[in-house]
Ligand binder design. Structure first.
Ligand code: NAP
Ligand code: MG
Length: 506
């Protein structure tokens, strides 16, 4: 059964209260929940109220050691890696089915913990989390090795093997989905995993891990250690018995993982980092309402807390005013409000500190001489929650800080251009290179610009990163070492083995 029915607000509030005592809040290691070795706990807050939801176990290096030991035992004795790929597939699909069947419960947990609109968490995040695990699971028994063209009397094979124990450290913006982007391919290829959610959003992953156990994943295959980045995250990054670490988060922290690896065991490092992605609008667009709808999704979906957010609107001077009018009209259907309300499209920012950071950028933009078209200050303060409405700055130059630095909130910077060359130059004038979109009906312009944009994920006449079949990863300082999603994600969690066999002469 799939429970992706979005509850009405009163129902959601009542269900959220009923859920509270059953929330999983302890470390999940070797198939069981346990307290942190230190016994410490930290408070998880509801971004929509500023109130505590529950206390979560605060793991530390000793807990990472225990989780890695469990993952190592499970990796070495072959309980997972040597299971037939078809059997692994079956167990992972069973897990995906359970996630989907619990989409409403998990979506509610995610909404409470992360401030994300319930219409998204129940109907998108959780079904897509399940779909991601299912997609990678289905590939498990469909990937072949190679036989190299070796001389007569020899056989040469190129095969892929699990890398061993994978560590994963993930952010708070799509807590379940970002976990699935790592867990799907890492587990499907036969690795065992130790994963750390962001401490602001630990709850959905703990429940998802429990569902993995219920679905029959052997103990030790998936371990969750909750706690802060500078202790648990660093312990994962430096652990000598972790073979590969997959990280999604800021460029600043991602850089540290390269140091952790270089200073310890040279574990493989896969980084998915930040962005300052351009949306380039050419003057031949005709359906302004449709483009405005895409522009709004690109920057305001998930409160702009999206690594591939289209945070720079690079628009031709001749159509800027019409487009901004259309965006203003579009924003009438983007209510800011209680994330438990199914009508809400803009929920709360993740934390007070993050809200202050976003509002700090608004102040920076004003000081730099940009003009606010809409939004720009905190709203719904009486709720105790951390709400910032869609905010648009016009009159932005690309060298301003609000055009160069990732704000990770609902703030759009509008920058004008005259020529195609200028548009491409502005779009590429950033240290990031995650995503970029281009809007035009001219086939030549579309292809030329798509080719000239230095970014890993390009949308033409749509804001979309595609589905599970497409790799997701960034150029420049937006990524390092690999990609999430698609079969390319399988390669990065495996070692490549060359085996040369000399046959005796008959
Ligand atoms: P963040 O501060 O880099 O945190 C990401 C994760 O790293 C969290 O689990 C965090 O733990 C942990 N961490 C923090 N300090 C650490 C340290 N010293 N050593 C090891 N781990 C550490 O990023 P965020 O604020 O959560 O997320 C926002 C960023 O993620 C944005 O830059 C965004 O663009 C990026 N992002 C990228 C993608 C992508 O696929 N490219 C997707 C989503 C988000 P705690 O939070 O528990 O301290
Ligand atoms: Mg929280």
């Amino acid at each position: 059964m799939t429970d992706t029915l979005i509850p009405e607000i009163d129902e959601a509030r009542a269900e959220a209260e009923r859920l509270r005592p059953s929330l999983r809040t302890r470390l999940f290691i070797d198939g069981d929940f346990r307290d942190a070795a230190s016994g410490r706990r930290f408070t998880s807050e509801n971004p929509a109220t500023g109130q505590p939801i529950t206390e979560v176990a605060e793991g530390g290096p000793a807990d990472v050691d225990a989780a890695v030991a469990a993952a190592r035992r499970a990796a070495d004795d072959g309980r997972w890696s040597r299971l037939g790929p078809g059997d692994r597939k079956k167990l992972l699909i069973g897990w995906a089915d359970r996630i989907e069947a619990h989409a409403r419960e998990l979506g509610l947990i995610e909404t409470l913990d992360a401030g994300k609109p319930i219409a998204d968490t129940v109907a998108l995040d959780m079904p897509e989390t399940a779909a991601c695990i299912r997609w990678h699971a289905e590939a498990a028994d469909k990937i072949y090795g190679q036989v190299a063209p070796s001389p007569e009397g020899t056989i040469a094979t190129i095969t892929r093997e699990p890398i061993g124990v994978v560590g994963a450290v993930i952010p708070w913006n799509y807590p379940a989905q970002m976990a699935a982007w790592k867990l799907g391919p890492a587990l499907a290829t036969g690795n065992t995993v130790v994963i750390k959610p962001a401490s602001t959003t630990s709850l959905s992953l703990l429940r998802i891990a429990e569902l993995a156990s219920e679905a029959g994943l052997p103990d030790g295959v998936l371990n969750v250690v909750t706690g802060p980045g500078d202790t648990v995250g660093e312990a994962i990054g430096r652990h000598p018995d972790i073979d590969c670490v997959a990280f999604t988060g800021s460029t600043e922290v991602g850089r540290r993982f390269l140091h952790y690896s270089a200073d310890t065991n040279l574990k493989r490092v896969l980084l998915e980092l930040g962005g300052k992605s351009p949306q380039v609008i050419f003057p031949d667009v005709t359906d302004f309402a449709a483009v405005a709808a895409q522009v709004a999704i690109a920057i305001f979906w998930n409160m702009g807390e999206n690594c591939s957010a289209g945070s720079r609107l690079v628009v031709h001077r001749s159509v800027k005013d019409r487009l901004l009018e259309a965006v203003a009209a579009e924003l009438e259907s983007w209510p800011v409000g209680d994330p438990l309300d199914p009508a809400t499209r803009v929920g709360a920012l993740i934390s007070k500190g993050h809200m202050e950071r976003v509002l700090g950028y608004v102040a920076v933009g004003l000081a730099e001489g940009a003009r606010i078209v809409t939004g720009g200050s905190r709203v719904l303060e009486e709720t105790g929650g951390w709400f910032v409405p869609p905010t648009i700055f016009d009159g932005v130059r690309n060298d301003m800080r609000i055009a160069q630095e990732e704000i990770f909130g609902p703030v759009l910077s509008v920058i004008e251009f005259e020529t195609e060359a200028e548009a491409v130059a502005i779009a590429n004038d950033t240290s990031y290179g995650l995503a970029a979109t281009v809007y035009t009906h001219d086939l030549d312009v579309a292809h030329r610009v798509a080719r000239n944009l230095r970014a890993g994920v390009i949308g033409v006449n749509t804001y979309s990163e595609g589905d599970m079949t497409m790799p997701f990863g960034g150029y420049k300082q937006s990524g390092f070492g690999g990609h999430d999603k698609s079969l390319h994600a399988h390669d990065q969690y495996t070692e490549m083995k060359s085996t040369w066999i000399q046959l005796a002469e008959s």
